[in-house]
Design a protein around this ligand. Structure first.
Ligand code: ZN
Length: 360
């Protein structure tokens, strides 16, 4: 068993990892971004037996059109990820269980819920002597469950936040404080924190507006509720959906408005952000990674928007808990820019792999 990053190691993304075991070769994710135009280079990878998808965010799936470069292998994704896919290749992918055990290309593959987004899973290849890939994961998910993976010898772990260790509750408190001062636009990824935000703000008594993409996503999540959320999460989401108002580019500035497009790069969030940046009717707050090359970055730089993180990746304490539970011999900390790696390596109780090195 050995693995290396094609990209996603020593940088924020995109995700793409090569795993080789027993003569079989897998790609874990094949994404684009989050910064504009960042794509994996597969020219030296060679033939692949299967591509396994951890979840449907663009930085994990938006380069699947490159599958032909590695021999057009079968793609495997969970049912919810397929149901939410914008890409025909992903929509037609083969199954990956949301939780359980299967065999792909003759290798044992186990999965469990990663707490990060609808249908997001961690993936273990080759059992306890094999490799665990966490995908993006969170132990603070409000709608999405997380199950701790079993002990595994090697680990590629989401370390996007480095040594950041503040709880999601602090971010929520700050955002609620902003919402009390006036209307708030929150650009968000619909298959992720967008629906969690809707639940939190509606339950806190705010009027919540949701764009059409969020409303469609919520319907898919409820249709796959058994795997997408907990029974409690399903009930909370269903109750909130019954009283949200539909949001479009012409909606009045009221309450908390949650619109698809985490960087205000397209759709309702782009049009509302442009409008509110001119009129000042609502504050604009970005809650995720501020990607380079999009409207969000320009709005923050010009002082017309601000940033307040809503945790969807592990804190330092979550990474330490992961290391304690799975006791890996070595870990590849993924999605963290190189300048944060040294500090994280010093804080983790496990040997970490440097960018460019192999995990074996
Ligand atoms: Zn993600």
């Amino acid at each position: 068993m050995r693995a290396r990053a094609i990209c996603g190691h020593g940088a924020r993304g995109p995700a793409c990892f090569l795993v080789e075991t027993d003569g079989r070769r897998f790609l874990l994710d094949l994404g684009e971004g989050p910064d504009a135009g960042a794509r994996p280079d597969l020219s030296a990878v060679g033939r692949i037996d299967a591509i396994l998808v951890s979840h449907g965010h663009p930085d994990h799936v938006d380069a699947l059109d490159l599958a032909a470069v590695v021999g057009d292998p079968p793609i495997h994704a969970t049912a919810i990820v397929r149901a939410l896919a914008r890409d025909a290749r992903l929509a037609a992918a083969r199954d990956l269980p949301a939780a359980g055990r299967t065999e792909i290309a003759g290798i044992v593959v186990e999965t469990g819920p990663a707490g990060h987004a609808p249908g997001a899973v961690w993936i273990r290849l080759g059992g306890s002597e094999g490799l665990l890939y966490t995908g993006d994961f969170s132990r603070e998910g409000i709608l999405h469950p997380f199950a701790m993976p079993p002990p595994t010898r090697l680990c590629i772990a989401d370390a996007a936040y480095g040594t950041h260790d503040r709880p999601l509750a602090e971010g929520i408190e700050a955002l609620i404080g902003l919402a009390r001062r006036g209307p708030l636009l929150l650009p968000a990824p619909p298959a992720g924190r967008g629906l969690e935000m809707a639940v939190v703000f509606a339950e806190a008594g705010f009027e919540v507006g949701l764009c059409p993409v969020h409303l469609r996503t919520a319907a898919v999540v409820l249709a796959h509720a058994d795997a997408a959320t907990t029974p409690e999460g399903r009930d909370r989401l269903a109750a909130v959906l019954a009283r949200v108002r539909p949001l479009d580019a012409g909606s009045p500035a009221r309450g908390v408005m949650i619109a698809a497009g985490p960087n205000a790069e397209a759709g309702t969030s782009a049009r509302l952000a442009a409008r509110f940046a001119r009129s000042g009717e609502a504050a604009i707050v970005f809650t995720g990674h501020v990607a380079e090359g999009f409207a969000g970055q320009r709005l923050i730089a010009s002082g017309r928007a601000s940033a307040q993180r809503w945790n969807v990746h592990p804190r330092l304490c979550d990474l330490i808990a992961l290391c304690a539970a799975i006791a890996p011999e070595a870990i590849l900390p993924a999605f963290l820019p190189e300048d944060g790696l040294r500090e994280l390596a010093a804080a983790l109780p496990v040997r970490t792999i440097a960018p460019g090195a192999e995990l074996a």
